[in-house]
Design a protein around this ligand. Structure first.
Ligand code: FUB
Length: 299
C-alpha cells in the first residue's frame, strides 16, 4: 500500500507509476479512481498501438490531497476469456448497483473474435477483491466502457469502436449488469470526425452529458453533447477541455464534496505519450448548464 501526498492542481496526481484513463467515482463519501496502468517493459508480445498495460491498480482519497494506492486489483492473466500476457488492459470503469460493485474492462479475447471485448468482475467492496464473470459481455465488442446508472435504476453501457474507428455506442444493461438489453445503438449528435476514444456520461440537474475525446480544430480535446435522457439523441455543445497535444486523452467528470472535477491524463513526466499520468482539475458550469471549458494545469 502506497500513500501519496499532493496539493490539488499539482498535476499529475500520482508519480510512482504511470496511470491513464482515470474514471473517478464517489462511493460512501470517498472518491475512488479506477485508471489503467502503462508500463514500459513490453516484450515482443507488447500491447497494441504501443500501449503496454498488464494490470489495474486503483486509488482513493477523502480530501483530494492524500491518495492511497490500493495496489493491483486485477491482472491480465486472471481474465477467464482473455489471451495471456497481451498487455491489453485498456480503460476501465467501476459502478455500484444494488449492493454490488461492477468493474468493467476491455481485454483481448483468446478466441480472437474481436480487437477488444468488454469483461466484468464484481465485488461487495469498491476496492475489491473482484470476482471475474466467466465470459465477456455477449453481443458487443469495443473499448473504453463507461457506465451510468440512472435514478430509476436502469443501467447503460457506453463504449467505442477501438483504434478510433467506428461509432460510439450505447446499450441498456439487464438487471444482472452483464447482459445487454436489445441492441446497441450509435450515440447520435456528437461530432465523429476525428473521434478517438473515451465515453463517459454523467447527469447534473436533469441534463445528461455525453463526453468523449476527439481531434478537433484545436488539436486533441474533450468534447460534449447533452440530452434530456441517457440514450440521446444528444445536442453537440463543444469543448469541455482544451487540447493537450496530440497523444490520447481519456477522462471522467465527478462531483465530490460539492465541487465538480475533471480527471484526465497527460504524459508530461515521461515525455512519451504511451507512458501517461492521471491529472485532475476543478471545473464549473454556466447557469444554463453548459461547461466552462477547463484549461488543463499541466506541469
Ligand atoms: O489506454 C489505452 C487507450 O488509450 C484507451 O482505451 C483510450 O481511451 C486511450 O486513452
Amino acid at each position: 500500500m502506497i500513500f501519496i501526498n499532493i496539493a490539488i492542481a499539482q498535476n499529475p496526481i500520482v508519480t510512482h507509476m504511470y496511470t491513464a484513463d482515470p474514471t473517478a467515482r464517489v462511493f460512501d463519501g470517498k472518491l475512488y479512481v479506477y485508471p489503467s496502468h502503462d508500463v514500459d517493459v513490453c516484450n515482443e508480445l507488447q500491447g497494441s498501438n504501443g500501449f503496454c498495460m498488464p494490470d489495474y491498480h486503483m486509488f482513493s482519497t477523502e480530501d483530494m490531497v492524500n491518495w492511497k494506492d490500493h495496489g493491483v486489483i486485477m491482472d491480465q492473466n486472471e481474465v477467464p476469456w482473455g489471451g495471456k500476457d497481451q498487455y491489453g488492459m485498456w480503460a476501465p470503469d467501476c459502478i455500484y448497483k444494488d449492493g454490488t460493485y461492477y468493474y468493467y474492462y476491455p481485454g483481448v479475447p483468446a478466441d480472437k473474435s474481436a480487437f477488444r471485448r468488454i469483461g466484468v468482475a464484481t465485488s461487495k467492496s469498491p476496492t475489491g477483491p473482484f470476482k471475474q464473470v466467466s465470459h465477456y459481455i455477449k453481443g458487443i465488442q469495443g473499448i473504453d466502457p463507461g457506465l451510468f446508472v440512472d435514478d430509476d435504476g436502469k443501467a447503460y453501457l457506453y463504449y467505442g469502436g477501438g483504434n478510433g474507428k467506428g461509432a460510439l455506442k450505447v446499450v441498456e444493461l439487464k438487471d444482472n449488469m452483464i447482459e445487454i438489453k436489445g441492441k446497441a445503438k450509435d450515440v447520435e449528435g456528437i461530432v465523429y470526425k476525428g473521434y478517438r476514444e473515451a465515453s463517459f456520461l454523467f447527469k447534473r440537474n436533469d441534463i445528461y452529458y455525453f463526453t468523449y475525446a476527439r481531434i478537433g480544430d484545436n488539436n486533441y480535446q474533450i468534447e460534449y453533447a447533452i440530452a434530456d435522457n441517457p440514450i440521446g439523441p444528444f445536442e453537440y455543445k463543444g469543448v469541455a477541455m482544451e487540447n493537450i497535444g496530440n497523444g490520447t486523452n481519456h477522462h471522467s467528470f465527478v462531483e465530490y464534496k460539492s465541487q465538480w472535477y475533471l480527471f484526465y491524463h497527460d504524459w508530461s513526466i515521461s515525455d512519451n505519450n504511451r507512458l501517461r499520468s492521471m491529472c485532475v482539475d476543478k471545473m464549473e458550469f454556466n447557469e444554463d448548464g453548459t461547461i466552462i471549458p477547463v484549461k488543463p494545469t499541466l506541469r
